[in-house]
Design a protein around this ligand. Structure first.
Ligand SMILES: Nc1ncnc2c1ncn2[C@@H]1O[C@H](COP(=O)(O)OP(=O)(O)OP(=O)(O)O)[C@@H](O)[C@H]1O
Ligand SMILES: [Mg+2]
Length: 234
């Protein structure tokens, strides 16, 4: 589903990703870990086609980046730091805008279902600029799933969510994982990632320093696995 070979990303003289390799099969849920500044957000921005690779090969659903960005975007849902919402539109208008862009069938029913899913049905006609941060985050999650994309990328999606919203996101993630969607999610919340992901990858020094399926990590614990990966990467 995702295939990345020898990805290099530089900002001027600074090299952030140093020949990163990453393969994700359909239906995997990858928890992407790494210390502050390791390059997780940079990597997800490249996968989202928001930032272009300096060198290397990136494919999603068989389409190459940056050349086939439009085809990739149709198959991708992303929740990054910027909410990608229009403040002067209502919640439902935002979803309608994205739904139309992606050609979602039976759109009005889908909008209602998504608003229900993220707990915003009662606020559907309110302007997004009047929303709290957590409510915007909820709507971002709705926006990311409206077209039922093959691949979902989440960068620290729990940041700013209250207990109810975090539980809602747990549910949403479990549902989309159970439907066979492919997910890559970063978080510093190891307990949460340990609960949800089927595989754990650690970015350190610009490469994937360790990758292991859930079964291989369960006995020793995710924190021990993470610490060892960071130590070996140094
Ligand atoms: N546009 C940019 N220009 C220059 N440097 C950048 C840019 N974006 C990111 N960087 C640098 O790339 C490195 C990786 O940043 P990135 O945001 O990807 O880290 P991260 O793993 O997401 O960290 P965190 O856990 O804090 O979110 C940092 O050193 C950062 O300063
Ligand atoms: Mg980040």
């Amino acid at each position: 589903m995702i295939s990345v070979r020898k990805l290099i990303k530089r900002f001027g003289p600074k090299t952030v990703l140093r020949g990163l390799n990453f393969e994700v099969a359909r239906g995997e849920f990858v928890g992407l870990l790494g210390p502050n500044g390791a390059g997780k957000t940079t990597f997800l921005r490249v996968l989202s086609s928001l930032s272009s690779p300096t060198l290397g090969e990136v494919r999603i659903s068989g389409f190459q980046l940056p050349g086939q960005a439009a085809a990739v975007r149709r198959r991708l849902g992303v929740v990054l730091h910027q909410p990608l919402l229009y403040g002067d539109l209502t919640a439902e208008e935002n979803l309608r805008f994205y739904g139309r862009m992606y050609g979602v069938a039976d759109l009005e029913a889908r909008i209602s279902a998504v608003l229900e899913l993220v707990g915003l049905s009662k606020r559907r006609r309110d302007l997004v600029r009047t929303f709290s941060r957590g409510m915007q985050q909820r709507l971002s999650i709705g926006r990311a799933v409206i077209h039922q994309p093959d691949v979902l990328l989440f960068d620290e999606p729990y940041t700013g969510l209250d207990q109810d919203a975090a539980a809602m996101l747990d549910d949403v993630l479990r549902q989309i994982a159970a439907q066979g969607h492919t997910i890559v999610m970063t978080s510093h919340d190891l307990a949460r990632i340990a609960d949800l992901a089927s595989r754990f990858d650690v970015i350190s020094r610009g490469v994937i320093a360790a990758s292991a399926p859930r079964e291989a990590v369960e006995s020793r614990g995710l924190l021990a696995f993470y610490r060892e990966a960071i130590r070996n990467g140094k």
